[in-house]
Design a protein around this ligand. Sequence first.
Ligand code: FNR
Length: 333
Amino acid sequence: MDFTGKNILAPMVKAGTLPLRLLALRYGADLVYCEELIDWKLLRSVRRENSMLGTVDFIDESDGSVVFRTCSSETSQVVLQLGTCNAERALLVAKKLENDVAAIDINMGCPKEFSIKGGMGAALLSQPEKVRTIITTLVNGCKIPITAKIRLLREHKETLAFCKMLEECGVSAIGIHGRLKEQRPRHANNNGAIAAVARELKVPVIANGGSMEISCFEDINKFRAACGVSSVMLARAALWNVSIFRKEGILPLDNVIIEYLKLAVKYDCTVGTSKYCVQSMLRELQESPRGKAFLAAQSLHAICSLWDLGDFCSNIQEERRKMSGAVSNGKAE
Ligand code: FNR
């Protein structure tokens, strides 16, 4: 698998589920990262082929929730992002999922308290020996590529040493978010620091953190050039309007929301996740009359109705109810 010259959907908790990933691919993304999934959640999940949806699901049997849902059309392009601080657990998860995803990424950049307290995410940036063990174990034990997503360390030489260590361990690519772990999205992304590190590495670097300067396809190429790399990864710019990946130009937001909702219905996405995604797309439009009605909507059907997809949603949901009735009556093939 080649990580050079790619436009990539970045990992986003809650947002990076199957509908957004499929839409990003449809609009031209080359690779899509799933939201960060914590190792033990995947470990205790059960793999099920969902014939009704045409998906592969990893289900938490304690409450029936879907931990990870994927389908064959994304298998060669989806990267599973893992939150982990433990090599054995990471390897067990990797073996469990390696036939269903194209690569596995380890999150080494998340600054949230949950990650740091658990020794995961950005906590790993100060534990190179632990990282060495995790990455070496995965690279030696897995048949698919392993990547890492990091943030900048305070000094250039520290970031470079950390990346060289990752390179030595055999990662296939390194995603670099050009901010320190203490910095927030409003701080400027240090594109020059990404370029300075990338220059000294052999492994492909995927630049990240440029969304504030990206509002059309050409901006993606400007960001790529500013970071001196061939691959870039977008989070917020893609969440705001995922058609940003279209070479032919960005589409009107309503068209994108309609396509997103169709996929959300088709893949039986939860109302919580669908609402979160559409809300992130609407941004200031939440203040419009439709935006306010959207905020009050409590079901996927109610949300769909606001974009004239009420019948579409009811028909699919009804068909699914009939099919599951037939399955439970033993009538399905
Ligand atoms: C993120 N980010 C993130 N990073 C990561 O490694 N794993 C994750 O699960 C998440 N989750 C997440 C959710 C949401 C809603 C946002 C906005 C961001 C960080 C993200 O991948 C990226 O590094 C930063 O947003 C900077 O890139 P952009 O937004 O400037 O393209």
